[in-house]
Design a protein around this ligand. Structure first.
Ligand code: FE2
Ligand code: FE2
Length: 270
């Protein structure tokens, strides 16, 4: 079958995208962190918490890769594409850091529970979901929530190595969410009204899901008790969690006060 010929414009991005991409590259070049991991105290709850962090960082890798593929399908500018690939590489590094911290705290846990709301391998399956949906899911919702939660955890991280690791991840995530909202501001206002309605429904479904991924309120009772206990012990020991009630409350407030108003401004009727 003959395929029709297509333009490959290879455009540069706008100034804001170029600057943010540069910030990402400079951060990636500067990071060297793992020196203190060998002296962490043993704490099984914190090891489990950081294992969960590693699974969730790994799940961000296919999410960013899917976004990058959607950018290529839409002939997006190369600075946006370069930034997205760099974010994917950052998420691999965050996965390694989290695994190494979990090992320092007593051992990385390989087995994800059966009722976990996400699985990195599932997110890696082929998807033809259009770019605006990936931007809303990753750039706007996940990265913004993850930044706010990491900031809250940082406030409880009394252990110096944990504090250093978290603050490096926080700074990365701050640039990630900036890129996400920059992309959203360029792409979302131009989509059709029908797609905007679909995006609103999609965002609402994601807000439901975060009660199980970023917060613990939506988990089945037994998993919820255990998730809360792990967070309470880890927070009290200054090892990188924040107390579960605060995390739950913050997740809901971030959606209501940050994400929904910003998406509304971009024409998504929530
Ligand atoms: Fe990350
Ligand atoms: Fe990120």
């Amino acid at each position: 079958m003959r395929r029709s010929r297509k333009l490959v414009p290879l455009r540069r991005g706008d100034d804001a995208t170029r600057r943010t991409r540069q910030a990402l590259q400079e951060r990636a070049a500067a990071v060297d962190l793992l020196a203190g991991v060998g002296s962490l105290p043993v704490c099984p709850e914190a090891a489990r918490f950081w294992s969960e962090r590693a699974w969730s960082e790994l799940a961000a890798v296919p999410a960013m890769s899917q976004t990058a593929l959607a950018l290529v399908r839409d002939s997006a500018d190369l600075d946006s594409l370069g930034a997205m690939m760099q974010i994917g590489a950052d998420e691999v590094r965050h996965t390694e850091l989290s695994r190494d911290v979990a090992n320092g705290l007593g051992g990385y846990v390989e087995l994800i529970p059966a009722d976990a709301a996400w699985e990195p391998a599932l997110l890696g399956e082929a998807s033809s979901m259009p770019l605006p949906f990936w931007i809303v899911a990753n750039g706007c919702i996940s990265e913004t929530l993850s930044l706010e939660l990491l900031r809250a955890r940082l406030a409880y991280a009394g252990q110096p190595t944990i504090h250093a690791v978290l603050s490096t991840i926080v700074k990365d995530e701050a640039v990630h969410q900036r890129i996400g909202w920059q992309l959203a501001a360029r792409v979302l206002p131009d989509v059709s009204r029908a797609v905007k309605r679909e995006l609103a429904g999609y965002a609402r479904a994601m807000f439901e899901l975060i009660t199980k991924t970023f917060a613990t309120t939506g988990l089945p009772p037994r998993s919820r008790r255990e998730a809360r206990r792990i967070r309470e012990v880890t927070a009290a020991a200054g090892l990188g969690a924040c107390p579960p009630d605060e995390a739950d409350q913050l997740s809901h407030a971030t959606v209501a006060d940050h994400i929904v108003p910003r998406l509304r401004k971009l024409g998504i009727d929530l």
